[in-house]
Design a protein. Sequence first.
Lengths: 161, 244
Amino acid sequence: MNAKTDRGLKPKHQRLVLVIVALVALVGAGLLAAYALRNQASYFYVPADIAASPPAPGQAIRLGGMVENGSITTAADGVTVEFVVQDGVARVPVTYAGIVPALFVEGSGVVAEGSMGADGTFVADNLLAKHDENYMPRELEGMSTAELREELQESVAGAGE
Amino acid sequence: MHGFANPARFLRIAKWLTAPLLVSGLLLSFGAVAWGLTQVPPDRLMGDTVRILFVHVPAAWLGMGGWSAIAIASLMELVWRHPLAAIAARAAAVPGAAFTALCLITGSIWGRPTWGTWWVWDGRLTSMLVLLFLYFGYIALSSSLAREGQSSRIAAIFGLVGAINIPIINRSVVWWNSLHQPPSITMGESSIDPVFLWPLLIATLGFSLLFGGVVLTRMRAILADMQAEARLRRKALQAEDIVR
């Protein structure tokens, strides 16, 4: 009889088991590392984080969230803007003096780099606009679903001609 | 899979497949990118900047796909000792690195007008840069092993270990707050308007075909190299015999 197969696993299967065990250990280690990095690897704090554990005034942090609708005001000097960043849980007033990015509009995402002032206002020295995952042509914005469907059918029919 | 283990048989199929893959890949890629650059309306917020999408997204997909191919080939080499697996992994590394670099460059160009910065150290961008460095390491390691005539098993282990970065790249925008937007296409649902989505999907298909064609071409080149080297060695041995 074949002594090799009688004495347990074939070399091929031994290697397979070894690689699977190694991969499980590796993925486990990776997941643990990612879990441990959960807070450190985030690019910015949301207003809820700020409310939960307020950072020391003057400490350099990034604040990210949505620009609250109707909150953008421009000061008399023309370059200082004040607005509110909110995440549905908490809100943080922000002041920034400088040129705002083109995508900085009310209701869209923003990441502000700066620090908390003593009065609870976030003083930003740089603004980054955060794009969301939606991609939509200009003409379709603000249309109802029915209108959208109609428009799309027209464009599809137009492309077929 | 071991049906392709015979290099002669593989070469026959690869030779037949290479040209159609390259040609259809080039046609679809150029067509979809040209469509995206000229025919698609501007985005409501980004304007014309959205057109970079049609190169950036397929490049990112293949940057990650390239390493996934390396990982699968490495697994086949380590467990089943498939004779062509190491060659396939080596062949996928350079185009994978090229697409990763293309993804980082186009992303940076898109980031300047959209976010207001060329680069930030958020989870997605950093893990993608790590992928590029992993590619550089893999290319250096596997080509030096091949040059020294040593076993490619160390490169295969490196390919498997490095694969841990792929799910991290994929999940980075979900696990951590990042400047990069979360995934637009998840589980068959898309928040990309069909006007943008169709050229994007076709460009991705075209880039993938092109990638396949390049990998097959490189595999054939590596095999030809090995054959030529073996022939030279045999001739050298014969010459030695004659001298004796």
